[in-house]
Design a protein around this ligand. Structure first.
Ligand code: NAG
Ligand code: NAG
Length: 322
């Protein structure tokens, strides 16, 4: 009779600075033979494991029907996860369709995408296949501090090898109404050539990824609570001239376009958003269904929420999110 006992010892060292993890594995194998000498062998291995940052997250999971929830311990961790997520979607879209049509918003989102300008993403992402749009834009000059285009150009577009003719910003020398109409026209041309995919359900553009932030009032893009633009069913791009948050004139994708995307990511950080996150994710009664962020429910696509601990602080039970 031969009995073999294997005892496995592992210990992991997480090198947070380098974003790598070392796993020390020691395997002891005992051969036990009743009438002869037993032997013991120890095999020790030091493995250098490059964990995807998602394995280091505090919590993650599917939150009821509200999408996937990723809560991060730190902003640095969130930044890495967001860059990985975008890079993976880019790779999948380019493989499948030859293009990556991505729509951005403004705010802290852009700086949270900053790791894309660094190694390894700067080299590994197929930037030449990116087509950039804005899910919302302020109707101000492109050189204005409020311009989402300027924010993105300074922090991201000027640092990565994107083809400038693939960057679709608004015409800043016309009215909000005209700018919205013209922007929709541009999107229509690119849907015709399938540079932007098309929804099978309603002929809406189907962006590979729409990235959104959320305000403390629950607004996304320039779709504000109780605003009539929330009811827009026909237009793809519409405009507001009375935004409750300055500047007042903006253009914005409508809900049908957002909800036709293949992927929507909502990136929310900081304590001031915690109540809105709670209203957007938890069962807090019928009135919450009017919250713009809660109206993000892609028909076919996936939603991922990227939160830091502060933004997740008022969730009913983030630990039961799975
Ligand atoms: C913006 O619109 C104006 C008025 O239609 C037009 O003259 C101008 O060429 C447009 N600019 C761009 C960059 O398309
Ligand atoms: C929206 O309208 C409802 C009632 O019409 C009101 O109770 C709520 O405070 C409004 N929300 C905002 C953000 O203005």
């Amino acid at each position: 009779m031969l009995k073999v006992y294997v005892s496995l010892h592992t210990c992991a060292f997480i090198d947070a600075v380098l974003g790598r993890s070392f796993v020390f594995v020691s395997i002891r194998i005992f051969h036990f033979r009743p009438f002869s000498s037993s032997s013991c062998q120890t095999i020790s291995l030091l493995l250098l494991v490059s964990f995807s940052s998602s394995s280091l997250m505090a919590h993650s999971g599917i939150h009821k029907d509200r999408g996937e929830l990723r809560i991060h311990e730190s902003l640095d961790e969130l930044r890495t996860d967001l860059a990985d997520y975008i890079a993976e979607l880019s790779e999948a879209s380019v493989k499948e369709r030859g293009f990556f049509a991505i729509a951005l918003s403004g705010g802290s989102l852009i700086s949270l995408m900053g790791k894309l300008c660094e190694a390894p993403y700067i080299k590994t992402v197929d930037w030449a296949k990116w087509y950039i749009f804005w899910a919302d834009e302020r109707v101000v000059a492109k050189s204005h501090a409020d311009s989402n285009y300027k924010l993105t150009k300074d922090a991201l577009l000027s640092k990565v090898p994107i083809v400038s003719s693939h960057v679709h910003s608004i015409n800043d020398s016309i009215s909000a109404e005209e700018a919205a109409r013209e922007y929709e026209f541009v999107v229509r041309q690119l849907v015709k050539t399938r540079t932007i995919s098309v929804s099978e359900i309603n002929d809406c553009p189907k962006f590979d990824l729409i990235l959104l932030g959320m305000g403390p009032d629950g607004h996304i893009a320039s779709l504000f609570p109780n605003h009539s633009v929330l009811n827009e069913k026909d237009e793809w791009v519409t405009f507001v001239t009375n935004s409750p948050k300055p500047p007042p004139e903006r253009i914005t994708f409508t809900l049908p376009v957002i909800n036709s995307a293949s992927n929507v990511a909502i990136v929310v950080t900081g304590e001031s958003k915690a109540e809105a996150v709670h209203m957007a994710m938890d069962d807090v009664g019928p009135e919450c269904s009017k919250l713009p962020a809660r109206m993000v429910q892609p028909t076919k696509g996936k939603v991922v929420w990227f939160l830091d601990k502060q933004a997740a602080a008022k969730l009913d039970s983030p630990q039961f999110a799975v």
